[in-house]
Write a protein that binds this ligand. Structure first.
Ligand code: EPZ
Length: 424
C-alpha cells in the first residue's frame, strides 16, 4: 500500500499556524540522550517518522523509551552497546549521531552507514576524521558495517575543512566524555548546534562557544538526566512563510524565532512580500501587486538555508522575471525542478545553478516528493496550481513535516491523503 497527498490548488489561505519543534535538532537530541546516566525528557518533539526510527534504534540499545504526543522520555538504566544494523539505521541520515554518542559513552560503536534524502553525494569523512583525531580507529567490514573504537578518547584541536552541521554535532557528542579539552574550529553555527549543546550542558557537559565558529569542550566523566525543550523548526517556519507568500490573504506563523530566518525574510521582502514580526510570530500579508524575481544563494547559517532552497524554487515560478539559485551546500539539490516542470514551470539547472522563468501558471498533475524538501516544493506548487496535484512518495514529507495536512486544512487548503494498492 502507498499513500499520496492530493491538493486542489488555487484557494487563498488565512489563519494561524503553529510551528513544531525543530526536526534537525530533534534527530540529534534523541541520540544524545544515550550519553546520560539517568532519564532524559525532551519536550516539543515533532510527530515525524524520523522520531519513530530513532526510538526504534534506542530500543535496540535496550533503553526504555516512551514517545508521547509532544515529548519523549529516554531512560538509559538498562542500555547495552548493541551493534546498530537494523533497517531503521538506513531510514534517516541522523542515525549517524549514534556514532558520536556511543563512542563518547562506550569508546566503541558498530553501526551501518546512514540513509536519508538522496540529492547528491553526502560524505561523512569529516565526522570520521574528527573521531580519529580524538583517538578512535575506524574500519569497515565486508558487510559495510562501520566499526569505531578507541582505547582512550583524548581531547584535541580539530579544524573542519567545511563547517558541517553533522560533523560539528557528532564530534561534540564524542568529545563531551573525552579526556581533556577539544576545540572544534570552523564549527558550524546553525541554531540546532546550540540546542544540542544546551541539552548536553544540562546533562553536565562543559561546552563553550556553540553558535560561534569555535566550540570548546572540556570532557567530563559523567552525564546525568535532564529536561529539555526543543527550539522551533526554522525550516518548517520558512516553508510556511513561503506558502504564505505564494497564496495567503493573511497568515500568522506562530512559535518562530524570527532571527533564525533573517536571510529568508530579507529575500521575501526583496520579492515584495509584506511581513511583520510580532514577538515570536511572523504575520505575512497577501501580495496583490505580484512578486519580483530574485537571485538566491544558499549558505551556511546565518545564510539562506539549503533546506529552504527547494520550496523557494516553487515560489519563484510565480515571480515576475528570471530568478537564479546558486546552491553552494549541496550542488545538485535540484530534483524539484524536474517535478515543477511537469506542472508547467520553466526551470532549468546546471549545478550549482538553477534558473527559473516566471511567472508561469502551474497545472496539477502527478509529481513525486523525490526527497523531503522537494516534497515541500511540491506542496507549495500544488497550493498555487490549477486543478489537483497528486504527490507520490509522501513518506519523505512525513519524515520532516509534523501534521502538514492538518495544519494546511486549518488554513483553508484543500488537501487530503489517499491510499492505493501498489502495482506488482
Ligand atoms: C544537515 O545535514 C541537515 N540534516 C540537512 O537537512 C541540511 O541540509 C544540512 O545540514 C545543511 O544545513 C540534519 O541535520 C539531519 P552538513 P548534514 O554536514 O549535517 C559536506 C533536511 O532537509 N560534508 O552540514 O549532513 C556535505 O557534502 C536535511 O532537513 C562533507 O564533505 O549536512 C555538504 O556539501 C537534508 N563531509 C556540506 O558539507 C562531511 O563529512 C554540508 O553538509 C560532512 C559534510
Amino acid at each position: 500500500m502507498s499513500e499520496v497527498i492530493k491538493i486542489e490548488g488555487g484557494h487563498k489561505l488565512s489563519g494561524t499556524v503553529r510551528v513544531s519543534g525543530a526536526k534537525n535538532a530533534t534527530v540529534a537530541l534523541i541520540p544524545a540522550a544515550v550519553l546520560a546516566d539517568g532519564v532524559v525528557t525532551i519536550f516539543g518533539i515533532p510527530t515525524i517518522s524520523d522520531v519513530d526510527a530513532l526510538a526504534t534504534l534506542l530500543r535496540e540499545l535496550n533503553t526504555d523509551v516512551s514517545v508521547f504526543e509532544d515529548h519523549i522520555i529516554v531512560d538509559t538504566k538498562n542500555i547495552k552497546n548493541t551493534p546498530l544494523v537494523s533497517p531503521a539505521v538506513g531510514k534517516l541520515r541522523a542515525s549517524y549521531y549514534f556514532m558520536g554518542a556511543l563512542l563518547g559513552r562506550y569508546k566503541e560503536v558498530t553501526i551501518k552507514l546512514p540513509g536519508g534524502c538522496d540529492f547528491g553525494p553526502r560524505p561523512i569523512d569529516l565526522h570520521l576524521k574528527g573521531f580519529e583525531s580524538l583517538g578512535a580507529k575506524i574500519s569497515f567490514d565486508e558487510e559495510g558495517l562501520c566499526h569505531i573504537k578507541a582505547k582512550r578518547l583524548v581531547g584535541k584541536r580539530i579544524y573542519l575543512d567545511f563547517a558541517s552541521v553533522g560533523a560539528t554535532i557528532n564530534i561534540m557528542l564524542a568529545a563531551v566524555r573525552a579526556e581533556g579539552r577539544t576545540i572544534i574550529e570552523n564549527a558550524a553555527k546553525e541554531p540546532e548546534i546550540i540546542d544540542v549543546a544546551n541539552l548536553l550542558t544540562k546533562m553536565g557537559a562543559r561546552i563553550r562557544g556553540a553558535g560561534t565558529n569555535t566550540i570548546t569542550i572540556d570532557g567530563v566523566d559523567h552525564l546525568s538526566g535532564c529536561y529539555h525543550e526543543i527550539i522551533p523548526d526554522r525550516i518548517e517556519a520558512g516553508t510556511f512563510l513561503i506558502i504564505a507568500a505564494a497564496c495567503s490573504k493573511r497568515m500568522v506563523i506562530d512559535n518562530v524565532i524570527p532571527q533564525h530566518l533573517d536571510a529568508l525574510i530579507s529575500k521575501l521582502e526583496e520579492m515584495g512580500v509584506d511581513m511583520e514580526q510580532v514577538g515570536d510570530s511572523i504575520i505575512v500579508y497577501g501580495n496583490d501587486r505580484g512578486l519580483s524575481a530574485v537571485d538566491i544563494k544558499t549558505q551556511v547559517y546565518p545564510g539562506l538555508a539549503t533546506d529552504l532552497q527547494q520550496p523557494m524554487c516553487a515560489l519563484l515560478t510565480q515571480a515576475n522575471g528570471r530568478s537564479t539559485i546558486h546552491e553552494t551546500i549541496y550542488q545538485t539539490r535540484f530534483k524539484q525542478c524536474d517535478q515543477l516542470n511537469l506542472m508547467g514551470a520553466k526551470t532549468s539547472y546546471d549545478p550549482p545553478m538553477a534558473y527559473i522563468e516566471g511567472p508561469t501558471p502551474l497545472t496539477g498533475t502527478d509529481v513525486s516528493a523525490t526527497d523531503l524538501r522537494c516534497g515541500a516544493a511540491m506542496i507549495v506548487a500544488g497550493l498555487v496550481a490549477k486543478g489537483v496535484t497528486t504527490i507520490h512518495n509522501v513518506y519523505h514529507i512525513d519524515r520532516g513535516y509534523d501534521g502538514i495536512e492538518r495544519k494546511l486544512i486549518a488554513l483553508g487548503a484543500r488537501i487530503w491523503r489517499e491510499t492505493y494498492e501498489d502495482e506488482e
